[in-house]
Design a protein around this ligand. Structure first.
Ligand code: FAD
Ligand code: MLT
Ligand code: ZN
Length: 471
């Protein structure tokens, strides 16, 4: 270890103490590899400040010493944004010790939290005040509010409540020079110039370290109705989505889609799961309605789906009679990520399209992939109600490094060119990180890239915040 490195670690220790430093190789290991196991890096040290003031001091020191910082929350990101490079010169700034619920304000319907609060704990704090924080995703037991903000996370309730950008009212951010921007305002209206908050949301740690946030709360939904349906085509599910929306309005909170292959993968690789329908369906949907009180929610869902059955729009439906049944269905949906990791090598795509184009895209992409001379199975699932497909392509577990590289290049180009032609996005909710950085340059308009680079330059002229990610 060089004198400079030893010096940096000593100065960091003076700021955060022994409890705030991770120097041991074994203890560092979980911070250095991402959840998918795709990226692995090295660091000088992992630093875990206890609060905003310590974070500001750490960042100021890194600013002075030109030390690159990778902010990290729960390390559940899907695009490699929170993994350091392999130079060993970067520092991971982990927010996991900053985990206080600072305030719940039921009159303003807001909650102010540290950025390192685990999403499930934020949901729980809202519940304890008889309020609801709606962001919900498979990683909610370990991802953090700061990571959700930095990736503008989506999940299963975007259809009704919006993604993280729509759920945040204010932010506190440590800027790349160590100054603290206090934007912790819980205002619903504030037209006093450029929206700095929205610049940090989705910035993936490239503009500053988010240390706190004011989040919107909603009324607690005390009643829910959940059902699973099977259909022959994606068009049919898109039509069902439109009907359900028209009939149920704001009560429709989730409309998730799983192809037969996605469901089969979960049934094979996730314990304690069973098929919900007697006959497998080409396309499945998990539909949930919610309301503050039960005004015939179940009857409404049965009515919409009963009509769809009668019209031949769906083949079969299963209605949940208990919380346990609903949990079992959600386990099938949320088990897909884990099942894919267990099953093999996956070329992931997280795309957004107008909902009306999803069926045409799927048909065309299915055919184009089948036309390639690469053995592949399509694992198509996602947030149908948001026009967001996880259109993943699984290749054999035995594929070599070179085969994976080739398949990734071929399928990414094929899928993303098609998405671009159909006016979609190549990253709907997982961000850019390292995964899509090079492709972004190809698909984003040059003017948009130029403006983003100028924003980066204005905030972080020394380029110390998460270098090599996003831009
Ligand atoms: P990390 O992985 O630690 O970091 C992600 C990025 O944010 C990195 O670029 C990092 O540098 C930056 N960052 C983290 N904290 C801060 C901070 N305080 N300030 C500045 N930058 C920061 N995503 C969805 O959108 N929808 C889903 O449905 C969904 N489901 C998932 C299911 C599973 C099983 C898993 C593993 C992931 C899923 N994700 C989903 C991915 C999702 O992006 C993350 O789970 C979550 O938003 C990231 O939070 P994190 O705290 O783990 O962030
Ligand atoms: C999901 O919706 O389950 C996710 O975003 C995770 C994934 O794509 O694996
Ligand atoms: Zn998703």
């Amino acid at each position: 270890m060089s004198d400079n490195t030893q010096d940096l670690i000593a100065q960091l220790r003076a700021i955060v103490g022994d409890a705030g430093l991770v120097t041991d190789a074994d203890a560092q290991a979980p911070y250095l590899k991402d959840w998918l196991g795709k990226w692995q890096g090295r660091v000088t040290v992992v630093v875990r400040p206890a609060d905003t003031a310590q974070t500001a001091e750490v960042v100021r020191l890194c600013h002075i010493t030109h030390t690159p910082i990778v902010a990290q929350g729960g390390n559940t990101g899907m695009s490699g944004g929170g993994t350091p490079d392999d130079s060993g010169a970067q520092v991971i700034l982990s927010t996991t010790r900053m985990n206080r619920i600072r305030e719940v304000d039921p009159l303003n319907n807001t909650m102010t939290v540290d950025a390192g609060v685990i999403l499930a704990n934020a949901q729980q704090a809202a519940r304890e005040a008889d309020r609801y924080f709606p962001l919900s995703l498979g990683a909610e037991g370990s991802c953090t509010v700061g990571g959700n903000l930095a990736t503008n996370a989506g999940g299963i309730a975007v259809l009704r409540f919006g993604n993280m950008r729509e759920l945040a009212l204010g932010l506190e951010v440590v800027l790349p020079d160590g100054r603290i921007w206090n934007g912790l305002r819980g205002l619903r209206k504030d037209n006093t110039g450029y929206d700095l908050r929205d610049l940090f949301i989705g910035s993936e740690g490239t503009l500053g370290v988010i240390t706190g946030a004011v989040l919107k709360l909603f009324a607690q939904p005390h009643a829910r109705a959940t059902a699973w349906v099977g259909a022959d085509t994606l068009e049919q599910l898109v039509e069902l989505l439109a009907r359900t929306r028209a009939r149920c309005g704001e009560r429709l909170v989730a409309f998730e889609m799983m192809s037969a292959a996605s469901l089969a993968l979960v049934l094979q690789h996730v314990a304690d799961t069973r098929a919900p329908l007697a006959q497998p369906a080409a396309f499945n949907a998990l539909i949930e309605l919610a309301d503050t009180e039960d005004g015939g929610l179940q009857a409404m869902l049965e009515d919409v789906l009963g009509q769809a059955l009668e019209d031949g729009l769906v083949n079969d439906a299963m209605f949940c009679a208990s919380q346990a049944q609903s949990a079992a269905l959600w386990k099938l949906r949320e088990g897909i990520s884990q099942a894919q990791v267990r099953a093999g090598k996956v070329v992931k795509h997280d795309i957004a399209l107008p909902i009306s184009s999803l069926a045409a895209f799927t048909q065309a992409a299915d055919a184009a992939i089948a036309g390639e001379d690469i053995p592949a199975e399509i694992i198509n699932f996602g947030h149908l109600g948001d026009g967001n497909l996880h259109f993943n392509v699984m290749i054999p577990l035995s594929s070599t490094y070179e085969e994976v590289k080739h398949a990734t290049a071929v399928f990414n180009r094929l899928v993303h060119d098609m998405v671009a032609r159909m006016n979609g996005s190549i990253s709907a909710e997982h961000g850019v990180g390292q995964l899509r950085r090079d492709e972004l340059r190809h698909y984003k308009q040059p003017l948009e890239m130029e403006l983003m680079l100028r924003i980066k330059q204005a905030f972080d002229p020394n380029l110390i915040m998460n270098p090599g990610k996003l831009l």
